[in-house]
Design a binder for this molecule. Structure first.
Ligand code: FES
Ligand code: FES
Length: 155
């Protein structure tokens, strides 16, 4: 089918089967390869995107589910994502880097909904994003730093 997909504020006309996983459409048809394929079965979070602001594993929803929604990927930009990118870089969070776009999207979803998350809030929000390299401690630190930076710039 020919259809429109809205990603990061831009409309893409794509030709895809409606049951194609959204991740396939984002990566293979649109060509935005920042969103990663990990497990393909909703377990690792590497494919995380926001759909109308809601954290979603794009490997496990069909493209038809996203047609009337705004898709936000790691190639997008928002205030929270930019602050998180900054603290991710300052703290040197990534190791191999493979999981990190999904981690940043999950962290963005958290800060979009919880202004001052506790360690427990962070652990819960990030619990569906697996990092084989074990960067969880630095991820938590970078999220706290992002909140501190945001609160400082909001003063
Ligand atoms: S690739 Fe989607 S959750 Fe692992
Ligand atoms: S940084 Fe390597 S899997 Fe997370």
């Amino acid at each position: 089918m020919n259809t429109n997909l809205s990603i990061n504020g831009k409309t893409y006309t794509i030709n895809a089967q409606e049951d194609m996983p959204l991740l396939w459409a984002i990566r293979d048809i649109v060509g935005l390869t920042g969103t990663k394929f990990g497990c393909g079965v909703s377990q690792c979070g590497a494919c995380s995107v926001l759909l109308d602001g809601k954290l979603t594993k794009s490997c496990s929803v069909p493209v038809s589910y996203a047609l009337d929604k705004q898709v936000f990927t790691i190639e997008g930009s928002s205030k929270n994502l930019e602050i998180l990118r900054q603290t991710w870089s300052e703290i040197n969070v990534p190791q191999c880097g493979y999981c990190q776009s999904g981690q940043l999207i999950a962290a963005t979803a958290l800060l979009d909904t919880v202004a001052n998350p506790t360690d427990q809030d962070i652990d819960k929000a990030m619990s569906n994003n697996i990092c084989r390299c074990g960067t969880f401690t630095r991820i938590r630190k970078a999220i706290h730093e992002a909140v501190a930076l945001k609160n400082k710039t909001d003063e």
